[in-house]
Design a binder for this molecule. Structure first.
Ligand code: GLN
Length: 279
């Protein structure tokens, strides 16, 4: 069987999934160890029988609902290749907006910032920031010890050194103060999460379930933020476009200043940003 024949039949098998051809190609590249571009340039090459069997297994896992990122144990974020498995949420491209905005704040500051990334999961935000601006001091936390193991692995492999980390329920168990706190908390509505559970969604539900309206954890983060930020320190929270306006309203009414919403590439509000005043 040629690569081309493999891809065609895989695309048909994956027809019910969101991106059949891309998944078929990425998994073929994973099974063969041959880059996507080289595969496409050599479509008439024969696939070894053993590799075809491996490819078949990967397709079966994809058909059973496992995301390609978990099958490959890889997800690209901010141009970096993160290790992922079922202990962490797969990084989403939307979260790159958080990295961009944090870099803007870092670059506007005259002194190196002390930063904390809460609910860090795979560590994608913190590792991307440290990779871009090695001079920053950045630590991470998560309520899941297992997630911190993955974040630690990513820091060591992508940065060559670990990041300071601790288990913390949101910001409750942190003891220091920071110039910037980034946080991508669970913010998915519980009813939606139940639907995910019903279809055995493989991502950690702990990282997704934000309670009835997805908003359960936000008020705590806002009040804990005032406690854990230096004067003029910034809090940056990712949430759904429905929730971000509510977060910025609450930031306004609970003592944050310079409150702003930051939009994702599709023009939807995805990040709430506020500064702790001097008072
Ligand atoms: N962006 C994720 C999703 O839409 C949710 C991430 C989160 O709850 N932090 O599935």
């Amino acid at each position: 069987m040629t690569f081309n024949e493999c891809l065609r039949s895989a695309r048909e098998r994956l027809a019910e999934t969101e991106t059949p051809y891309l998944d078929a190609l990425v998994l073929l590249s994973h099974a063969t160890g041959v880059g996507k571009e080289r595969l496409l340039a050599n479509l008439n090459e024969e696939i070894p029988r053993v590799t075809a069997a491996i490819y078949d297994e990967l397709l079966q896992r994809r058909l059973a609902g496992e995301p390609v990122s978990y099958i490959r144990n890889r997800k690209e974020f901010w141009g970096l290749d993160f290790y992922v498995d079922k202990r962490v949420l797969v990084p989403r491209p939307d979260t790159e907006v958080m990295v961009e905005e944090a870099l803007r704040l870092i670059d506007r500051s005259s002194s190196p910032l002390k930063i904390h990334d809460a609910c860090t999961g795979s560590g994608c935000i913190a590792v991307a920031l440290k990779h871009e601006r090695p001079e920053i001091e950045i630590s991470v936390s998560d309520i899941s010890e297992q997630a911190l193991e993955v974040a630690d692995f990513n820091a060591r492999s992508l940065l060559g050194a670990p990041l300071a980390s601790c288990v913390s329920d949101l910001l409750a168990d942190l003891s220091e103060r920071y110039d910037l706190i980034t946080c991508n908390p669970p913010y998915v509505e519980h009813a939606y999460v139940e639907g995910l559970l019903a279809k055995s969604w493989p991502e950690p539900i702990l990282a997704l379930d934000g309670g009835k309206e997805g908003y359960d954890l936000i008020p705590r983060i806002l009040s804990q933020g005032l406690d854990r930020l230096e004067s003029n320190g910034y809090l940056m929270i990712e949430a759904s476009p429905q929730l971000v306006p509510r977060i910025t309203d609450d930031m306004d009414s609970c003592g944050y200043t310079a409150v702003r919403r930051i939009e994702d590439l599709a023009g939807r509000p995805r990040i709430a940003l506020g500064r702790k005043g001097n008072a």
